[in-house]
Design a protein around this ligand. Structure first.
Ligand SMILES: [Zn+2]
Length: 431
């Protein structure tokens, strides 16, 4: 590895366990008084005051409300000074690499988008061009937002396919031609700040955990449906990645043993039946057999070949053939998800991705029906299947979440501490 200096000062500060407890208490419960921070964290009041002083100096938190700003014990009857998290004290750069485009954004520390730019790329993007293309997109958006890279705590990158997030290597990106590309190293050399990369479905799942439906539940699956089909799995509030970072590749679950060949080499994978390409293939078959005149009219109006948005338009106009294509895809996806329900018993499945946005309930309802029919009823009864509310920002919020989740290290950090406190004999007794 080349010699490089990463600016990790802010991150080191938050890595202190007490600092982490205090800043997370203020993030989660703010506006909150110092006394209540002490109560929530179990730390002494003077410890809390010292830490809050540092956080104020670094602008991670700010004081609001009345009272003496420099007093930690306000006079009787005077409301205490309240503390709140300041999400604009630092920024995050989020990048989504898609088969035909790079999206780069600046977000605040709550993953709210401050600025965003999308530019087209070729799926034949060479290994050598990846660093340049990403850097150009990032520098453009950072400059548009008038932010210095000194205020950026890290860069998060969401990439399709298999990604080893620990080493930052894009192992097998599915839509691109490279293999084993060390994207994290390349970008850390470029930007001089910590870089985090993960599979796009995992990033979307973290977005749901930070900003979406996942805030309410500790065990859930987020499935993303569009060009490909993937899923991220949260177990006990933590993203489960698996042995070679391939957990959640549900697009390649076999749903028909002797089905058509898939790009992965297997036969009858879920993606063969329910990805964008599958929808378009089925729709064309319907047109050829004379089942849909609506889609032919729409294709003529929009002057392009049949695609997913067109099928969505036809379905919403009530075209039986389009509705049938969408329903079939939903039923197939439900078959794949039912396997996850019986294996993982999640509380919730969040359905996200471009197809979920285009079709909404037309896709959700057959997914729900199919899961209900094909998983154990006691598990299905307790399961909620909901549509993501994050829309097409899910990828950017997810890429930003990779950085934010690491920076504040909660709740995973606390959980590690908790696990470390359990001795080995305790664990053996429990088993
Ligand atoms: Zn496959």
């Amino acid at each position: 590895m080349k010699n490089r200096t990463l600016r990790t000062g802010d991150r080191q500060l938050i890595r202190d366990i007490n600092m982490s407890l205090v800043v997370n208490a203020i993030r989660q419960h703010g506006p909150i008084s110092r006394v209540d921070v002490a109560r929530a964290t179990g730390l002494g009041r003077s410890t809390v005051s010292g830490i809050v002083g540092m956080l104020l100096k670094e602008e991670f938190v700010r004081e609001i409300g009345s009272g003496h700003p420099d007093s930690t014990s306000p006079a009787v009857g005077r409301p205490p000074v309240m503390l709140e998290f300041n999400p604009r004290s630092r920024f995050v750069v989020a990048v989504k690499l898609a088969p035909a485009s790079i999206t780069a954004a600046v977000t605040d520390l709550d993953a709210n988008v401050v600025g965003l730019a999308e530019r087209p790329i070729s799926a034949r993007l060479s290994e050598g061009a990846v660093r340049q293309q990403i850097s150009e997109a990032v520098y453009a958006v950072v400059s548009d937002c008038r932010i210095s890279m000194d205020r950026v705590i890290g860069v998060g990158v969401a990439v399709p396919g298999i990604v080893d997030s620990r080493t930052g290597v894009s192992i097998s990106p599915q839509f691109f031609l490279w293999q084993n590309l060390p994207i994290r190293n390349l970008l850390e050399e470029e930007f001089g700040v910590p870089v985090f990369i993960d599979n796009d479905a995992n990033a979307a799942t973290l977005a749901e955990k930070l900003r979406g439906h996942g805030r309410q539940v500790s065990d859930f699956v987020c499935v993303t449906i569009g060009i490909g089909i993937g899923a991220g799995i949260i177990i006990d509030n933590k993203l489960y990645r698996g042995a070679v970072a391939g957990a959640g590749e549900i697009g390649h679950i076999t749903i028909q043993e002797d089905g058509p060949e898939c790009a992965c080499g297997n036969r009858g994978c879920l993606e063969v039946f329910a990805s964008d390409a599958a929808l378009v293939r089925e729709m064309k078959l319907m047109v050829e057999s004379g089942c849909s005149s609506v889609i032919t009219r729409i294709a003529a109006e929009e002057n392009r070949g049949i695609d997913r948005p067109m099928i969505a338009r036809a379905a919403k106009e009530g075209d039986d053939a389009a509705l049938c294509v969408v329903r079939q895809a939903g039923e197939h996806i439900g078959v794949g998800l039912a396997m996850l329900v019986n294996t993982l018993n999640p509380e919730m499945i969040v359905v996200a991705g471009e197809a979920a946005m285009d079709f909404g309930n037309l896709l959700l309802e057959p997914i729900r029906d199919s899961i209900r029919r094909r998983s154990l009823s006691v598990l299905a009864q307790r399961l909620e299947v909901v549509e993501s509310r994050l829309g097409d920002m899910i990828w950017i919020v997810g890429a930003a979440s990779l950085v934010i989740d690491d920076f504040f290290g909660a709740p995973i950090y606390e959980r590690h501490e908790h696990v470390a406190a359990v001795s080995i004999p305790d664990l053996m007794q429990g088993s």
